[in-house]
Design a protein around this ligand. Structure first.
Ligand code: PHE
Length: 452
């Protein structure tokens, strides 16, 4: 059977941007920035993107495009079957499972909030307290949280079932432009609220006293998470790419879109949070506590609230698809399974794995691992440990094992002109992948586990 390919260049960019842009931008970035000093965190996050995110992104797409394989198959092929490097690919597939398992729980909240919005519930929230109580009551309800989690998994599985072009690419082409337009509308609304400037100040004036080693780790973890790096999602999407496409340009477009959306989401949310007198450090519930109050006060809030949560769902779906696609591609490429079988079985297993995360907000609320509930624990392990570890090995692999003498000619394919005109590009990529990325990731990782 012929392996699938993207139908067009823009199809790849929108699908990859769809993977990158997700809950990480609209849900996670604002609440982590909110709890970690605002602008100071944003600064560290942007630095991590430029120093580490961009070079690792090029490397991942390149490994995928060169091998036309899933992460396991790709490392196996390029390392001539080395068990160590093959298992690094396996680590990516594992991280995909873990991330999807709790990601889909939060995405389920977004789906559930579409229904809440349509019921007109958000007309009734004059204060953040009321909205917060409503949110806590919903996630405290096992049937609500598990039901929407299951529904979201079913939606994600449906897209992946239809395959690369008909499911992933087509879906991204329709959904991404709508997401962008709606976010702009919300930014404009946020900026025109009384008291919006306080939110802007929070986002742009750094409070360095809040920055610790842990903050740097979070910023790095967020850079990996938001760009879908370190677990083979971009590698897998790169594997459906044509050799004629330009990796650096596509990569930069993806980074630019993703960063712009995160900043815009930050503006939309913090202006609203401060204008309505709420605290920026509400944690994972932040947008679910704050936005309902904004919608209550906004003309046309009923419609905007429905659209916003539909679009939050869309952003989450296009990312969840890429997580499930990594697992699916592995079983299709390596084990010769039918796409349908892989999607059904591993969608189901991911659901089971996600149950304790869903229950972390109700029946398992008192269950703690290293002081964290199950949901936060899986989030921490996957986003802040497994993704940077994956990124570390990807950069070491390209720089020291596969080698630039093989990697560079492949990277130049489809980008000959760009490299001819910009000689610095080759050196930037080499130096950052060889030294900055691995050394910085290692330092951050070691300090996070208390070794240095
Ligand atoms: N990048 C996605 C987001 O920001 C999350 C994700 C991480 C998707 C890793 C795929 C792989 O929401």
């Amino acid at each position: 059977m012929q392996r699938e390919k993207w139908g067009s260049k823009i199809g790849f960019i929108l699908a990859a941007a769809g993977s990158a842009i997700g809950l990480g931008n609209i849900w996670k970035f604002p609440y982590i920035a909110g709890a970690n000093g605002g602008a100071a965190f944003v600064f560290l996050y942007l630095i991590s993107i430029i120093l580490i995110g961009v070079p690792v992104l090029f490397a991942e797409i390149l490994i995928g495009r060169t091998t036309n394989r899933n992460p396991v198959g790709a490392f196996k092929k390029l390392s001539n079957g080395s068990p160590f490097w093959t298992s690094i690919g396996g680590l990516g597939v594992l991280a995909g499972f873990l991330i999807l398992s709790y990601y889909a729980v939060v995405a389920g909240w977004a789906v559930g909030y579409v229904v809440e919005a349509a019921r007109g519930v958000f007309y009734d929230f004059p204060t953040p307290d009321a909205a917060g109580r409503h949110f806590n009551a919903l996630i405290g309800n096992v049937y609500w949280i598990v039901g929407y989690f299951a529904l979201f998994m079913a939606i994600t599985m449906a897209f992946v079932l239809f395959g690369v072009q008909k499911g992933i690419e087509k879906g991204s082409k329709i959904m991404m432009p709508i997401l962008f337009i709606l976010l702009i509308v919300l930014v404009v609304r946020g900026l025109t609220l009384d008291g919006a400037s306080e939110g802007m100040r929070f986002l742009w004036n750094p409070d360095w006293s809040k920055v610790t080693g842990q903050t740097i780790l979070l910023a790095l973890g967020q850079a990996f998470f938001t760009l879908s790096l370190g677990m083979g999602a971009m590698l897998t999407y790169g594997s459906y790419m044509s050799k004629k496409d330009n990796i650096p340009i596509s990569g930069l477009e993806i980074v630019a879109l993703d960063t712009a959306i995160a900043i815009l989401a930050g503006i939309a949310i913090f202006t609203a949070v401060f204008a309505t007198g709420q605290s920026p450090n509400a944690g994972p519930g932040l947008i679910f506590h704050t936005l309902p109050v904004v919608f209550t006060k906004m003309p046309g809030g009923y419609i905007f609230s429905i659209l916003f949560f539909i679009l939050l769902t869309i952003a989450a779906v296009t990312s969840a698809i890429s997580l499930l696609e990594v697992i699916t591609a592995y079983f299709v490429d390596e084990k010769g399974w039918h796409r349908k079988k892989a999607v059904m079985i591993f969608g189901g297993i991911t659901f089971l794995l996600g149950l304790p995360s869903a229950l972390s907000y109700n029946v398992m609320a008192d269950f703690r691992i290293f002081g964290l509930n199950f949901f936060d624990f899986i989030d921490f392990i996957s986003a802040n440990i497994l993704l940077p570890v994956g990124g570390l090995f990807i950069s070491i692999f390209v720089a020291y094992f596969w080698g630039f003498d093989k990697a560079i000619p492949n990277l130049k394919q489809g980008a000959e002109n760009l490299f001819d005109k910009n000689h610095w590009l080759e050196s930037y990529w080499k130096v950052f992948l060889k030294f900055f990325a691995p050394v910085l990731i290692l330092i951050v990782l070691l300090s996070s586990i208390g070794i240095i």
